[in-house]
Design a protein around this ligand. Structure first.
Ligand SMILES: [Zn+2]
Length: 292
């Protein structure tokens, strides 16, 4: 399916079409009524955003459990905002959404964050690695304006893990302690994985975990690929793109909101080989939101 603006508006010409889409992907005709427990035909109720059971009149509200649930913004604008997100290489600023959608800046800002959280939910947190697999781990400072001790005031630390030819995972951590840098690896990387890091002392803790093989690359001597082929180039490339997106598109991001931008970048990276799945999946899977 083509995914240009014209195709988008052909598929979703109005709010009703969007609501019907939500009904179809989550319920569909023939869906068993939760109240009378019969396989039912569902009729659209014109007076509210709901469908009604042919037998008992029970209502299903397809927007419940989606990011659009509490919003007064039209469903079509929400869908289009998501379209803009997946079409952009470097993220969408609130200002840009405001302009494209004709909503207030405040609404645009809130929509952007809801979409990032939704991307995080659809992306999921599937562990990386496994026997014979390689995961690169590294950390970086992102955000803040002032240079200073510990990498600068207002900056946050992001730990990134990326499987070779696979997915990336990001974690915003409070400091560069051993627990902060190694914890995400222990919690999210399968046993049997070979882990590549730089020579930062925190990662030496990995030698206590027999389930991993740990190889390091020494950046202090300008080594970028070690003698066993170990490298952290992929995760550094991901960080580079994330930083460029934040600087170029959003100018500045608070540490509080940084996880959402990191998750957006994560979603986009993990779908890089199947970009056409982004829009359909974001408009048809609605995992429970577990963070704000
Ligand atoms: Zn019923």
């Amino acid at each position: 399916m083509k995914q240009n603006v014209l195709a988008f508006f052909k598929q979703f010409p109005d709010d009703d079409t969007c609501l019907e889409h939500l009904f179809e992907v989550s319920y569909g005709q023939g869906h068993e009524c939760p109240k009378c427990e019969r396989d039912a035909k569902w009729y659209r109720i014109k007076s509210e955003k709901a469908f009604s059971c042919q037998w008992c009149g029970h209502h299903i509200h397809p927007m419940v459990g989606t990011p659009f649930q509490q919003s007064r913004t039209s469903l079509q604008l929400w869908f289009f905002a998501i379209f803009l997100f997946i079409k952009s290489r470097n993220g969408v600023s609130a200002k840009e959404l405001e302009r494209q959608l004709g909503v207030t800046y405040k609404t645009a800002w809130r929509m952007g964050h809801e979409i990032r959280k939704h991307m995080a939910g659809v992306d999921g947190e599937t562990p990386l690695g496994g026997i014979g697999k390689i995961v690169e781990a590294d950390e970086t400072y992102i955000g803040g304006y002032e240079k200073g001790a510990m990498g600068g005031k207002g900056k946050a630390i992001v730990v990134g893990l990326v499987e070779k030819d696979g997915d990336v995972m990001t974690f915003v951590v409070p400091n560069r302690s051993q627990a902060s840098l190694v914890g995400p690896i222990l919690n999210n990387v399968h046993a049997g994985t070979t882990i590549h890091t730089d020579t930062a002392g925190q990662y030496t803790a990995l030698k206590h975990f027999e389930e991993y093989t740990h190889l390091t690359v020494d950046h202090s001597i300008s080594e970028y690929v070690g003698k066993d082929g170990q490298t952290t180039n992929t995760i550094e490339g991901f960080f580079f793109h994330l930083k460029r997106t934040i600087k170029g598109t959003h100018i500045w991001v608070s540490p509080k909101h940084l996880p959402k931008y990191a998750k957006e970048a994560e979603f986009m990276y993990n779908r890089r080989k199947a970009p056409n799945t982004m829009l359909p999946d974001l408009l048809s899977t609605f995992p429970l939101q577990t963070w704000t």
